[in-house]
Structures are given as C-alpha cells and as structure tokens.
Write a protein that binds this ligand. Structure first.
Ligand code: GLN
Length: 498
C-alpha cells in the first residue's frame, strides 16, 4: 500500500489518513521522492520540501488531536502565480526572479487553513500568457505523455498552468492550483489527461494572485478525478473582501452534491453548432459525439444550441486581455520590487529594466495592449471589444434558457511538440478557441479526460455551466468520467511503475 501512495486520489488519501493507514509525512515524503525522479519534467520553478515536511508533521499532529481539516495532509503543487508568504513567487518572469512576497494569497491561505501541504511552486508561461508553457525563463515544462508513433518527441503540457498539470499527471502532486484567464486550466488539463475546473468568475479570490487580465483571471484547481477537483475547489472558494470582484455568496458542498447519487437524468445538455469548426481533427469530433451518447445514455437530453458570436471571441479576448495586461504590468518599473537594471536616469532605468525583465510574448501583449488603449484607437478597439464581449455573454444567457450545461471539446488538438506552433502567435492563440468564450462570459468550465487520440494522447471534453452552477458542471463531468473509464497513464510514469 505504502509504495502506491503517489497513485491515490485525494479522496482515497483522505480515507487512508483518517484510518491511519499512513501518515501525512509518509504521503508527503513519497511525493517529494516522486518529484525528484521526475525532475526532467521541469514542472516546478521552486521545490519546497522543507516546508512540505514541516506542514505534514503539523498535519499529523492536528489529526492525532482530532483537529484535521478537510484536506489535511494532502500534498499539492501551487502555480507560481499565487503569492506565498516567504516563498519566492516569480510568475515565471525574470522581472520577479527575486520576489519573496510578504503576504499569502487568499486561495493558498484557504488551502493551508484546511490542511494542505505545499510541495513547491509550479512552472507556467510567463505571467500566465501562453498555451504551451514554453515562455518561462526557467525553461519549458514537458508533458509526461508521449505520442505512440514518436515517443522521442517531447510534447508541451499546455499552458499557462503547464507545470501544475504535468505534476498532477505525473503523480508527483495529488492536485494543484491553476489560474484560467482564457483556458489555462482547461487546456493543460486536457493535454495532460487530468481534470481541471475554472469556477465562475468571482468564486475564488484573486487577491495575491499576480494579475494578468483582471476581468478574466480566475483561480481554480487540477486533480486526477472530478471528486478531487470538488474537494480542492471547496477549500479554495469563498468570499474575500480584499478582492472587489469576489462574490459574497455561500460555497455549496460540492463533494456532498457529487456523492448524493443525483444523476444527470433530465438535464438538458447543449451542443453549440458554432463549435463544429472546419478542420476539427476527426478524433476530437468523434469524442465529442461519444460524450453526447454517454450523457444521453445516462438520461440527459441533448439539445442543439447556438452561440452566434463565437467567431468573435478570440479577437475580442486578444484585445481585452492584452489591454488589461498592459495596465497591470505597468507596475513592474524596477522601483518597488523585482529586477532593476540601473540606467542614466529614471526613464532609462525603466526602459532597461522592462526590456531585460519581460520575455517576447509578454512584450508583444504589452504593445498590443497599449496600442488598443491609446487615444484615437481606444473606441475602435477596446470599447468595441467590450461591446462584443457583452454579445458573447448574451449568447450564453440565451442558450442557458434551453439547456443546463454545454458540452464541447476542450481544445482543438492533442498536446503538440515543443517548438510546434511557435512561428506564428495566432496559431498558438487558436488553442483556446473553445475555452475563451466561457472566460469572456465569466462562466464555470471544466475539462475532463475522455479518451485517447489515434496516437495515444489524452483528449478532454469541456463542460460549461451557468454562472454559479459549478455543481451541474461537476455532475456532468463525473458522468463523463464514469462512462469514459479513463485510466490510462502517461507513458513516462507507467514505464517507471512497470
Ligand atoms: N492561452 C491564453 C493566453 O495566452 C490563456 C492564458 C490563460 O488562461 N492564462 O492568453
């Protein structure tokens, strides 16, 4: 049993801890060792084994005293975009290479309040901008999965939360935090064959999460089962007066809702016709179809819906997100924290610091953002994009008159090779065609692994729900999980286990 500790789900581990089959210390040691064996994935920017062991010991003491929290002793990876008090937090940027926050983000504080153990700070795309985790100055992350036909070709884990997803898929963390601005939880979850949920905008506090695009950024979680996602999300979520967009509403007991046995029977599942895009790989189209059959077999009703402004979502996002990023990233001026390159005068210092501190993708976004916000162009681009964003949201509101949840693919492809899609930023941006509309509308979305493509790579299905209705999203995801019986392991890990 003890050798298998890294293969347990969080729910199983909580059971084992409660029954004293093993201690939090043993569970944590196992994950630290697994992390050592999988260094080549580069899924962490900073590993924190000392903190983890200390937290695990405290957890064991709490449990012995009968005071264990809901996730006491569960070892997690924390995306290096969440500020962690006393532990370096870089946002995978050179500009914050030496930043040690004097405060804790609300989400991580909530996780620690409930007993979580931090294994380390997970790698990501610089400032969470990207879909491949190839823009980190700390090096790219590798996907633990490989193509059957080309096992030597390293693949991207997706992005931006690539380190989090790879760590969970490779069983070096039981779960992880992520942030999703346009797909950064759902797409890497799909690429790595795990589950990931982005809740409704406002459900999890953004306080202490390094900002990319504030009207879109939303923390969420990764895990290897839908139930585990529910368990972790439960701890992360909740009202926070320190985040002005945090919603003051009660957090439902999602785990209890999942175990209540309530099926998807009678639910109406919408299939948006605009998501049937030209050139969609046959494997993905077939899996989507399979998903509808599974849900129908479980008693759901499938309805055709329309989201007419879908084609404008990507261009809208690539105005709104860079606009907000250019404004948010103005604070990195070499004065208050992070990198400083001395210059002749103040302006020269700003310029040198920012030129040296930001990578190419971040610089591109800042330039697009300042352009669309500049006088003379503001109305033509930014204001227009805000109007289209409203239309996209209205599409969902209308669609949800006819259905309870929407089923769609998570991403238009399986994981691709490191270096592929790099030549053309627009190609990279296309990764998020299916995730961005829900982000613009602030809706909850989840990716659940549903099958493998012809080359043995995992593919995800996405469930989009009504605002604040994570419960239905989780319920539908769990039905797909049950029907898909997705038990495949990434080659790298199964080879080791064999
Ligand atoms: N890939 C998208 C982007 O590059 C989304 C990133 C995210 O959700 N953080 O902006």
């Amino acid at each position: 049993m003890k050798d298998d500790l890294s293969c347990l789900t969080i729910a199983q581990a909580l059971d084992g801890l409660a029954k004293k089959d093993f201690t939090a210390r043993e569970l944590t040691e196992r994950h630290i060792a697994a992390g050592q064996d999988a260094q080549s994935l580069n899924s962490y920017i900073t590993q924190t084994p000392e903190i983890a062991l200390q937290q695990a010991e405290e957890s064991d003491k709490r449990r012995a005293a009968g005071k264990a929290g809901p996730i006491d002793g569960i070892p997690l990876a924390i995306k290096d975009l969440f500020c962690t008090k006393g532990t370096r937090t870089t946002a995978a940027s050179k500009i914050l290479h030496n930043f040690v926050p004097p405060y804790e983000s609300t989400v991580t504080a909530n996780l620690f309040r409930d007993g979580a153990v931090m294994l380390g700070k997970a790698n990501l795309d610089e400032f969470a901008m990207g879909s491949s985790n190839t823009t980190s100055p700390f090096g790219n992350v590798l996907n633990p999965w490989r193509r059957r036909s080309a096992p030597d070709v390293p693949l991207v884990p997706g992005g931006s939360s690539g380190g989090s997803a790879a760590a969970v898929a490779a069983r070096i963390a039981m779960g992880a935090t992520g942030t999703d601005t346009g797909g950064s939880i759902r797409q890497p979850a799909a690429f790595c064959g795990i589950s990931g949920i982005k809740p409704t905008y406002g459900r999890c506090s953004r306080w202490g999460v390094i900002a990319f695009a504030s009207s879109l950024d939303q923390p969420g979680v990764f895990a290897r089962s839908v139930e585990d996602c529910a368990i972790l999300l439960q701890s992360c979520a909740g009202y926070d007066p320190k985040d002005s967009t945090s919603a003051n509403r009660p957090v439902p007991d999602w785990r209890a809702a999942l175990s209540s046995g309530k099926s998807v029977k009678g639910l109406k599942i919408g299939i948006p016709k605009e998501y049937r895009m030209d050139g969609m790989p046959a494997d993905i189209a077939a899996l989507w179809e399979k998903g509808t059959v599974w849900l129908k077999d479980a008693g759901a009703q499938i309805v055709d819906i329309t989201l007419p402004h879908t084609e404008y979502a990507l261009p809208t996002y690539y105005i709104v997100a860079p606009a907000e990023c250019s404004s948010n990233l103005a604070r990195y001026d070499g004065v208050r924290y992070g990198l400083r390159i001395e210059g002749r005068d103040l302006t020269d210092m700003y310029e040198k610091t920012r030129a040296e501190g930001f990578g190419a993708e971040v610089t591109r976004r800042i330039m697009i953002g300042t352009y669309v916000l500049s006088s003379g162009y503001y109305d033509a681009y930014y204001t227009k994009a805000q109007k289209v964003r409203r239309l996209i949201r209205n599409d969902f509101t209308a669609a949800f008159e006819q259905c309870d949840a929407i089923l769609a693919p998570t991403a238009p492809s399986a994981a691709f090779g490191i270096g592929e899609n790099q030549d053309d930023p627009v190609k990279m941006y296309l990764n998020d065609v299916f995730t961005i509309p829900a982000s613009l509308a602030g809706l909850p979305g989840m990716s659940v692994p549903a099958g493998l493509d012809a080359d043995g790579l995992p593919l995800g299905l996405q469930i989009i729900g009504k605002a604040w209705d994570e419960e239905t999203v989780l319920r539908v995801a769990q039905e797909i999980e049950r029907a898909a019986c997705f038990t495949a392991l990434p080659g790298m890990v199964s080879e080791k286990a064999a």
